[in-house]
Design a protein around this ligand. Structure first.
Ligand code: GDP
Length: 460
């Protein structure tokens, strides 16, 4: 199924926050280039390097290697203010960003996208998706509507102004309508409610939507970003044609995929491996390996079905021991047992060739360790496969296999043999069930706190 090319895709195998950042960081060491292919600044990778913590929302984590080409692909949507903030932050910490390249075809998140995202979520109320309200969904919507503004548009102020004007008009209309609805809602909810506190879109005209100011502001971003703007697809081809390793870095995760995830509680792009080709401009045969990253348990941020969710002391253990708070939002993550039905689905969707299991250390102290191996519907039907119908998934009860737990601190383990027998048995069960070999196991947040199974690939 996979090609023979030198591309390696790294994807989240669950609902995100699996620790992809660290895996990319480790594999990037053996690669020539890293490219992000989808998502926006709603990604949040945390990397601990020499005891120092780096958080990335947009820039590929490979930036910490000055000799690697580090690219933001055409499939990414980017907010130039956030990007420049990240560039400045890295520079201040002495990180060289000279190797950063941004696709001229990537789409820009504009101020009206952020306003629409917030207004849309507020309107949905209890039905809200739990987006990060950074404008990412509306930006992708404009891309599909052919109303998007691309990075290359920043380089020509006349074109930029025209495009903003065309995009702005329908937004002003939509925001006005939403603000009327909001006012009605506020009235119903009464003053002092959560709705009442946010006046951001209630009054018009909004100075943040001024055509001239916006054009000038964004043209200025263009000047600053110009040295980084490039044809990133071509840069990828040059690496791949020379047989050099390119890492395609996914953000979010398989079960949040726009097409294959738990729609509508999903992200607005395709984080699965197939999207790496579209989002970076390469072909399927350029991809030789697909590594999926899964936690030893499961977490989910925001709303949507999560069959193995735990709202008890065990879930609390995972939350606290795993520091399960969002990198970007600080939100508490929902926690639960490893869901092997969902994992097997992810393996197939991505054509995964290897698995990485992170945060195995967090399970220490729990006994037994449970893994979901099938679901039972409300009507008593058994599902061995991930059900396509959302109503079934919403009410699915997981059926578990219980495996013996361990109580040892794993953080010092550096080889498979050093792991307790119960931990090894747990990993074997997961790999066997998923049908994919586990190549790397995380035993702590530090980049050296890993166990390579079958040795460090040097490999790849
Ligand atoms: P990403 O978006 O998939 O990269 O995930 P995040 O960066 O949001 O979450 C990963 C968090 O888990 C970071 O704080 C990492 O330092 C931490 N982490 C990664 N691997 C391990 C591990 O094996 N054990 C523990 N305890 N923490 C880990």
């Amino acid at each position: 199924m996979s090609g023979s090319g030198s591309g390696v895709v790294i994807v989240g195998a669950q609902w995100g926050d699996e620790g992809k950042g660290k895996v990319v960081d480790l594999l990037a060491e053996q690669a020539h280039a890293v490219v992000r292919f989808q998502g926006g600044n709603n990604a949040g990778h945390t990397i601990v390097r020499d005891g120092e913590e780096f958080k990335f929302h947009l820039i590929p984590s490979g930036i910490l290697y000055p000799d690697k080409l580090c690219m933001i692909g055409n499939g990414v949507v980017l907010d130039p203010r956030i990007l420049l903030g990240e560039i400045d932050g890295l520079k201040r910490r002495g990180v060289d960003v000279g190797n950063l390249r941004i696709s001229a075809n990537a789409h820009l998140i504009m101020p009206y996208h952020v306003l629409l995202d917030t207004a849309g979520e507020v309107k949905l109320g209890k039905l809200s998706i739990g987006t990060t309200r950074r404008g990412i969904g509306p930006c992708y919507a404009d891309k599909a509507l052919r109303l998007g503004i691309r990075v290359q548009d920043l380089l020509d102020e006349k074109i930029l102004r025209k495009k903003i004007m065309a995009a702005l008009e329908p937004k002003q209309q939509a925001l006005r309508e939403l603000s009327v609805q909001r006012r009605k809602l506020r009235k119903e909810a009464g003053e002092g409610s959560r709705e009442g506190a946010d006046h951001s879109i209630a009054e018009a005209p909004d100075p943040r939507l001024d055509l001239h100011a916006m054009t000038e502001e964004f043209a200025a971003y263009g000047h600053r970003l110009e040295p980084h703007i490039a044809d990133t697809a071509k840069l990828c081809w040059e690496e791949l044609d020379n047989g050099r390793r390119v890492i395609f870095e996914g953000a979010q995760a398989t079960l949040l995929d726009l097409d294959h995830g738990t729609y509508p509680f999903v992200t607005s792009s395709n984080p699965i491996a197939g999207a790496a080709t579209v989002g970076a401009g390469v072909g399927p045969s350029d991809i030789g390996e697909v590594w999926g990253v899964a936690k030893a348990y499961a977490t989910r941020v925001g709303a949507g079905p999560f069959p193995t969710e735990l709202e008890d002391a065990t879930g609390r253990h995972m939350l606290e021991r795993g520091h399960e708070y969002g990198t970007t939002t600080g939100r508490e993550r929902r926690c639960g047992w490893m869901d092997l039905v969902a994992l097997r689905y992810a393996v197939r969707l991505n054509g995964m060739t290897a698995l990485t299991i992170t945060k195995l250390d967090v399970l220490s102290g729990l006994d037994p360790l449970r893994v979901a191996v099938r679901y039972r519907s409300r009507e008593g039907a058994i599902f061995d496969e991930f059900p396509y119908h959302q109503s079934i998934l919403h009410s699915a009860e997981p059926e578990y296999e219980d495996l013996p737990g361990f109580d040892t601190d794993l953080s010092e383990c550096r080889s498979e043999a050093e792991l307790p027998a119960e931990a090894r048995a747990y990993l074997d069960f997961v790999a066997e069930f998923a049908g994919v070999p586990i190549r790397l196991v995380g035993v702590g947040p530090g980049r050296d706190e890993v166990v390579w199974i079958g040795g460090n690939p040097g490999v790849l």
